[in-house]
Design a protein around this ligand. Structure first.
Ligand code: ADP
Ligand code: MG
Length: 333
């Protein structure tokens, strides 16, 4: 048996029991967007880490080094946002092919610095080694959250609304455009490619969810809605129903899907790398939360509800009800 047959998430379940020795001070280990440990009386420390490998996660020909640096830090900030926290300190490790220009790496760090300045993140260390072929980037990021405001994946309740804090599918459509030779109007292409290459981590939205008291669970959408919804369902022991007609999709995504001969809902449900947040929101609190989002220039959409039947369903535009099959990103599938 190898990882291709086993799958990334079953693998993590397999090794999780081997990973923890000491329970003291650990609020959450493997299984959420961040690990959560005691910091002081009122706050938890959050820790997250992400690995990006050339030709798997990015292509140097699609992205400037500056954009790569921005994205590498932003996807970690997104995991802190999903827990309701604010980022603090980063550690950056890189494995560099020996023929890579120093200017490329300087530009990469300029990109990192732009996002670090936005979120007041210090880079406190890391490691540098050689690589035979591909550029490898690993960032570890800490954050803090008030104990009363921590958001995890495991507390969604049947009856909660499934809410999304932005449009879905733009990033994966942007990648599809980069990988195709389709030629689309500039405004459409640039919005979608920008969503893929330069996602914005939603710290403000995470803080609004966390402070509202209206939110029972949250995750950031990195693998795709169908896959990340399955994480909340599994950990919260609930099911979910999504309505295709309610999926927030940009006009640009719809136009590009036509041009690419693809289905816009498929990008929205399974695309991944949107880095918007998905939250379980108490039904009675949704309108209040929506107002708070509007007042802050942000958006939140209700796309379905959590249920008690343990299944994931989708109600199609046609009214037909189908199983929502988890088709998001799994590295080994
Ligand atoms: P995210 O998509 O939010 O970054 P992942 O799906 O990558 O989260 O990871 C899920 C959980 O599994 C996290 O708690 C992560 O720290 C943990 N994890 C992933 N890979 C490993 C590994 N090789 N060893 C230990 N823990 C891991
Ligand atoms: Mg995450």
């Amino acid at each position: 048996m190898n990882l291709k047959h086993f799958g990334e998430f079953k693998f993590i379940d397999l090794i999780a029991p081997l990973c923890s020795l000491r329970k003291e001070g650990v609020i959450k280990g493997i299984g959420d967007d961040c690990a959560v440990v005691e910091l002081d009386n009122s706050r938890y420390l959050l820790v997250t880490t992400d690995l990006m490998i050339e030709r798997i996660h990015f292509s140097k020909s699609f992205m400037s080094p500056e954009a790569l640096g921005r994205k590498a830090l932003s996807i970690n900030v997104s995991d802190i946002a999903a827990c309701g926290g604010v980022p603090r300190d980063a550690f950056i490790s890189i494995a560099v092919p020996e023929d890579l220009d120093i200017e490329y790496l300087q530009d990469f760090y300029r990109g990192i610095r732009q996002i670090a300045l936005e979120h007041e993140v210090n880079v406190l260390g890391g490691d540098t080694t050689g690589s035979k072929a591909d550029l490898v980037i690993n960032i570890t990021l800490t954050g803090v959250v008030k104990k009363t405001e921590l958001l995890l994946r495991n507390n969604a309740k049947s009856g909660d609304l499934i809410c999304i804090t932005g449009t879905l599918g733009d990033s994966s459509a942007g990648l599809a455009i980069l990988q195709s030779n389709a030629s689309l109007p500039h405004a459409i292409e640039s919005r979608l490619i920008n969503a893929h290459c330069d996602p914005r981590a939603q710290v403000l939205e995470g803080r609004l969810l966390a402070q509202s008291g209206a939110c029972n669970a949250a995750i950031d959408i990195s693998d795709g809605l169908s896959s990340d919804l399955a994480h909340i369902c599994k950990q919260s022991d609930v099911g979910a129903t999504i309505y295709e007609s309610k999926l927030p999709m940009s006009d640009e995504l719809k136009a590009a899907s036509k041009a690419l001969n693809s289905n816009a809902s498929n990008f929205a449900l399974n695309g991944g790398e949107d880095y918007v947040l998905m939250a379980a929101v108490k039904l009675s609190q949704f309108v209040r939360l929506q107002t708070a989002f509007q007042e802050n220039g942000s958006e939140i959409y209700a796309v379905g509800e959590f249920t008690d039947n343990g299944e994931m369903k989708i109600v199609l535009e046609s009214g037909e009800v189908k199983d929502l099959v988890r088709k998001g990103w799994d590295h080994f599938r």
